[in-house]
Design a protein around this ligand. Structure first.
Ligand SMILES: [Zn+2]
Length: 256
């Protein structure tokens, strides 16, 4: 029995879809599945609600999914589309006993301090959120009784983290998975990985590259995320993908 639920809060690349001011047909699409907020997922597990990344759409995503509590935030990296919503964790922080546990690599947590300095002031103003930084290196870690495996992948020249939880893997913003990390992708049931567009990009997998990763990992099913308008219409893409591979869309839920 799979009791845990992952919800796609957003499946778009950094500008989201529609792109403001764009006349690209995908940006003009009326299909809800072509409307993509910035990439993030919610993990609902026994006694823990965890959000992976906290981008500029965080507040709206929480309202849309009617999320009552957030117990922790895992960061993949420090680009704005993944952390810009950090101030909006306040309603959840106020409900906690202490600071909000935030997990990430040392340099990512340092970057959060630079971008949100007032969160870390000694005499911070009343109402500012509180963050408890938790540094992740290469080793498994536990949170609220669950074990998580960090997967270190390349995002251009940057090292970013994917996460494995049971037999589900979430990787976004990757352009390469180092050979030694494939060990952590063995026997994966659900692989979530980024696929930006058809054309090659210097820091994100193209569709072809993402399909090659799926081919190599051989999960039972795969979902693509962090999608740009240039990948095409959701419904058209679904028709050409292999049977066990899908484009994710905002609000999609997956059991794991
Ligand atoms: Zn991104």
């Amino acid at each position: 029995m799979k009791n845990n639920t992952l919800t796609f809060l957003g499946t778009g690349t950094s500008q989201g879809i529609p792109v403001p001011g764009s006349s690209h047909p995908v940006s003009l699409s009326e299909n809800k599945k072509d409307k993509r907020l910035r990439s993030s997922v919610l993990l609902e597990m026994d006694n823990a609600n965890i959000v992976i990344d906290c981008g500029p759409d965080f507040r709206y995503q929480m309202l849309r999914e009617k999320v009552n509590d957030v117990d922790g935030i895992f960061l993949t990296h420090e680009h704005s589309d993944h952390i810009a919503g950090m101030d909006d964790i306040r309603p959840y922080y106020f409900k906690l006993d202490g600071d909000m546990p935030v997990f990430g690599q040392q340099y990512v947590l340092d970057s959060v301090k630079v971008r949100f300095p007032y969160i870390f002031f000694q005499n911070k103003y009343p109402g500012a959120p509180g963050i408890e930084p938790n540094i992740i290196c290469n080793d498994d870690f536990t949170f609220k009784g669950h074990t998580f495996t960090p997967i270190k992948v390349d995002h251009g020249k940057l090292k970013v983290l994917g996460y494995r939880i049971n037999d589900l893997v979430y990787i976004t913003d990757a352009s390469n998975i180092p050979e030694d990390q494939y060990e952590k992708l063995k026997n994966v049931d659900t692989l979530i990985i980024n696929a930006l567009r058809h054309e090659v990009h210097h820091s994100h997998f193209s569709l072809k590259e993402a399909l090659e990763v799926v081919e190599k990992v051989k999960p039972n099913k795969a979902y693509f995320t962090h999608i740009s308008q240039h990948l095409g219409f959701h419904n058209q893409m679904e028709k050409i993908l292999p049977k066990n591979v899908h484009l994710a869309f905002d609000t999609l839920k997956v059991k794991f």
